[in-house]
Every structure is written in structure tokens, then in C-alpha cells.
Design a protein around this ligand. Structure first.
Ligand code: 9PG
Length: 505
């Protein structure tokens, strides 16, 4: 089908709508058609978690693709290989709308049949239409990443020690995550890395591994030199204010205008600089910031700007440099990256009662949220490498039950993307054995494939219960509180303080 607005009549009694979220961390799941998803709170985090449009439609909207399921289990799917496409179900038909600026009108892929067959069909269509510009490796990825143990408290000494401790454990990549930079926008090492990043890269290389680095180059905080020196490189709204890219690190964030030629040159230089230091695995995070709706130098949409500007900057890199995208709009990233995070952050707990029951927010960190969204996006594995985030081995570092750990392990195994942040000295001999078995492809999680475990017990990934009057009142209050930047700043300080204490011991 072709058209700016198209409609596919559906037949049979429709019971579920497949809600496909906007970016890596956004919820993706089947939603019962007679059930509305409550608005997730706090709204200050919305730009980090959803596309502004999907918030308003209670989960009955899908980005780039949409599907409905009949009582008999037959699936109607409609999807696109273009940016700026949105799908809805109007009660009779799947309706696709294109909001982009390109002519002619886009093509829409349509399939009707058994669930896994129609999603696989769409994945193959995407691969051909968008994914064949990049060579996707198919070996297992085994990464040690600093985030889920050190968080922002990384420093040169701690990482050096870990590189040494990782000794001969089966990892191919050691990836430095958030915490090394001067500010969000200023991607040079801070005072905690007095020897320079190169010092750590050399240590990693000496162990025979690839060095990886995290950065979030499409957002900046107002305190950064980048924002202060180049305020005209950022996305604006109609009133000439800056479009919010959300709030994190106790700071408001803004998105880079990827239609500004100098901003793209800066981006290319920044990435090339890291590659020149020896980083061959780059985790590009918070990428939604470059795709936010708003006013840019060129009159194209956010998604178009993202795809075009990012492609130009990345073309300066060695094609062998492994690119992992995170916090990224899904479809506009296809063909630009080797691997893509397809769910929210795993955490060392199953579910946060505050987020699930009171804020009704399924896009926040937690193993259940991560597994739910990843499970519903496994079909993307036919398009690129999917990153389900980390697994835990160190029993003393998490509050997950055994079967929850096993679920994470079997998910990582399914994806062939095996990462952890566990610090070797926190692992018992037994746990080190488990880690080795897992990384060396000798299962430690039983033989049942991930999808089968989930299919057997669909309550595992059920959505939190719909709010009641009481929880709604609490949601309004907590949502209001969490929308106050000062409250988020205080939470951030508390977290930082706790981390400092933990690592000073
Ligand atoms: C570093 C981390 C890790 C992690 C990423 C990303 O506020 N938020 O909604 C929010 C969501 C995700 C997030 C941080 C904040 O995590 O997914 O692996 O790299 O950044 O800061």
C-alpha cells in the first residue's frame, strides 16, 4: 500500500493492539483493546521515555508499526520503513499516517497471519529497505560494562583495578560507561581520569580486549561548554525557547540540531577523537535527543534530521567500529548501528513498587520492565543485533529471585548479547564458574528457550494493575512532586552520596 494516510480493514473480533514504543526505553507490549494504559508519571521524564504523541493515546498508538490480534490469535500487521510513521487502530481498521516531508507518499508493509510469521516478514522487509547499509556481525557479544556496578562513580583507579581483576574471564570488550566526561555535552575526561582515557585504553588493549566507551552526544545540559558556546546548535520550539530533552543527572537537557552543519561536524570530530584514542566499541546513548520534534536550521522533521545528520557524522568512522545505540528512536536507527538497546535498563531488582503501582511507569529501570519490552521486540533480532542489557551473577549485589536471574540469562542468551557489570571481587568462586559457563555458551539457565518460558506464564510480564482512586491520588501527588526539578536534584544528590559512600569503603 502507498499513501500519506492509509487504512487496512481488520476482520474478526479484535482483542489486542500491539503498542510499539518510540525509543529503546519505551514500553512495547500487547494491550487489550478495551483497556487504556494510564498516563505514566512523572511527565518531566516523558521526553526520555515516550514520544510526546503516544502519551496522549493511552497506548493505542504504535510507532512505525502497529498490529491487532483476533480472539483466534490471527494478527494483522501494518508497518513502514520510513521515519515519521504512526499506526492506530480505529475500531475497524489499522490506520497509518505519515508525518514526514518526503514525496512521494511512503509504502506500507501489510501482513496477516500467525504472530511470529507476520513480525518476521516485517523484519525482513525492514532489513532490505533500511538495514543493508551496514555489516552486522553475528558472533556473540561479551561485554563488561561499568554502569550497573560503578554507576557514575567510575575513576581511573577503580577501572584500572577492574581491568586487572577481569583477568582471563571470557569478555571481549571492556566498556567505560557514564561518569568519565566533564559534563553532558563536554566529552573530554574529567579530573578523575588524570592519566587520560588513553591510559585505560592501553590497559584494556594489553589484556587483548576491545575498548568501549559511552557517550550521549545528541543532548547537552545548560551548564556544558557546548551549550554555552553554541546555543544556536540546539532544537527550539515555536516561541524560540529550547525544546526539553528531559531531566537527568540533576539537570535539564536539550537536544542537538542535526541539521546544523557545524553541529554535525562537531559530532563527527567528537566521535572520531574517541576512535583515534583506540575505542572500537561506542555506546551512543540518549539519542532520542537528536530526533525531538521542534524547530531546526532546516525545515525537516526530527526523525529525518536524526537519520540524516547522524549518518553523516558516523560515515567518518571506521566501518569496523562497533556502534551500540541506546535511548534511540527504533526505526530511524536501523542501518546506522550494529546493535540497539530494545528495552529500559535492567536493575538489580524485579520491579519498583513506586514506579509500577503509583507512577504507572513501565519505562523505568527494573528487570521486569526490561524483559517485558525486550520480549515484545525480539523480532528486531532479524534486523540488527539486539541488546537486552546486563545480567547479574553477584548474589550480594541484587535482589532478584533465582528464576528472575535465569530469565535475564536466557534473554541474553537468546540475543547473543551477553553483558554484565559485576565486579570480579564481589563474585564467589561458584558465581565466577557460572559467569564462565554462561559466557562460554554452556548454559547455566536450563534448556528452555526464553520465549517459551514467557509464553508459559504470561502473568510474568503483565502490566501493573490499573490505578484505583487512591493510587491515582498518590500518582497525582508523586507525579507533581517528581516534576519539580528541585526534587529530582535532591534525589540525584542522595544517589551520588550513597554511591560515594559505597565506593569509599
Ligand atoms: C548512563 C545510563 C546507562 C544505561 C542507559 C542509560 O532517567 N531516565 O529515564 C534514564 C533512563 C535510562 C538511563 C538513565 C536515565 O540509562 O540505558 O545503560 O548507560 O544511561 O547514564
Amino acid at each position: 500500500m502507498y499513501g500519506r494516510s492509509v487504512s487496512l480493514p481488520t476482520a474478526g473480533k479484535i482483542t489486542h493492539f500491539y503498542h510499539h514504543g518510540y525509543q529503546s526505553w519505551s514500553l512495547s507490549t500487547w494491550v487489550e483493546v478495551d483497556q487504556d494504559l494510564p498516563m505514566p508519571y512523572p511527565t518531566i521524564l516523558a521526553p526520555l521515555q515516550y514520544h510526546p504523541s503516544s502519551i496522549l493515546e493511552h497506548g493505542k498508538v504504535g510507532h512505525w508499526l502497529g498490529a491487532v490480534k483476533t480472539a483466534e490469535g490471527q494478527v494483522h500487521l501494518m508497518g513502514s520503513a520510513n521515519t515519521d510513521c504512526v499506526l492506530r487502530w480505529d475500531g475497524d481498521s489499522l490506520v497509518g499516517d505519515y508525518y514526514g516531508t518526503w514525496e512521494p507518499a511512503p509504502e506500507w508493509y501489510v501482513a496477516i497471519g500467525e504472530e511470529s510469521a507476520v513480525f518476521t516478514g516485517y523484519a525482513h522487509y525492514l532489513k532490505i529497505q533500511m538495514g543493508d547499509t551496514i555489516n552486522i556481525p553475528n558472533h556473540t557479544i561479551r561485554t563488561w560494562c561499568s554502569w550497573y556496578s560503578f554507576y557514575t562513580s567510575i575513576d581511573q583507579a577503580g577501572l584500572s583495578r577492574t581491568i586487572h581483576e577481569l583477568s582471563d574471564l571470557p569478555f571481549d570488550v571492556i566498556q567505560i560507561d557514564d561518569g568519565w566526561q566533564l559534563d553532558i555535552g563536554d566529552w573530554t575526561e574529567n579530573e578523575k581520569f588524570h592519566g587520560g582515557l588513553k591510559y585505560l585504553v592501553d590497559q584494556i588493549h594489553a589484556t587483548g580486549r576491545q575498548a568501549g566507551i559511552w557517550l550521549a552526544p545528541l543532548i547537552a545540559s545548560s551548564s556544558s561548554e557546548l551549550f554555552i558556546q553554541h546555543p544556536d546548535w540546539f532544537i527550539k520550539d515555536d516561541k524560540d525557547g529550547y525544546v526539553s530533552a528531559g531531566f537527568n543527572w540533576g539537570k535539564p537537557l536539550f537536544g542537538l540540531d542535526l541539521t546544523h552543519p557545524q553541529a554535525v561536524e562537531w559530532l563527527a570530530r567528537t566521535l572520531k577523537g574517541l576512535e583515534n584514542l583506540g575505542f572500537t566499541y561506542i555506546k551512543l546513548d540518549f539519542l532520542y535527543g537528536g530526533a525531538l520534534p521542534g524547530k531546526r536550521t532546516a525545515p525537516i522533521t526530527g526523525e529525518e534530521a536524526y537519520r540524516d545528520g547522524l549518518a553523516r557524522a558516523l560515515s567518518q568512522l571506521n566501518p569496523k567500529t562497533f556502534l551500540l545505540f541506546c535511548g534511540a528512536p527504533i526505526l530511524p536507527s536501523i542501518g546506522l548501528c550494529h546493535a540497539l538497546r530494545i528495552g529500559p535498563d535492567v536493575a538489580n531488582f524485579w520491579e519498583s513498587p513506586r514506579d509500577a503501582f503509583f507512577l504507572h511507569n513501565p519505562a523505568t529501570p527494573g528487570a521486569r520492565n526490561a524483559i517485558r519490552t525486550c520480549f515484545h521486540r525480539l523480532w528486531l533480532g532479524d534486523v540488527l543485533r539486539i541488546d537486552p542489557d546486563v545480567v547479574y551473577f553477584a548474589g550480594q549485589e541484587h535482589n532478584l529471585e533465582k528464576f528472575q536471574v535465569e530469565l535475564l540469562l536466557s534473554l541474553a542468551n537468546h540475543c547473543g548479547f551477553k553483558a554484565t557489570s559485576d565486579l570480579p571481587h564481589t563474585l564467589s568462586q561458584y558465581e565466577i564458574g557460572q559467569l564462565k559457563l554462561f559466557m562460554l555458551d554452556r548454559t547455566t539457565h536450563g534448556d528452555t528457550p526464553f520465549a517459551e518460558i514467557i509464553q508459559r506464564d504470561r502473568t510474568l510480564l503483565a502490566m501493573p494493575p490499573t490505578p484505583t482512586r487512591i493510587t491515582n491520588m498518590i500518582r497525582e501527588f508523586l507525579g507533581w512532586l517528581a516534576n519539580q526539578p528541585i526534587a529530582l536534584r535532591i534525589l540525584y544528590w542522595i544517589d551520588q552520596h550513597k554511591l560515594k559512600r559505597k565506593f569509599s569503603r
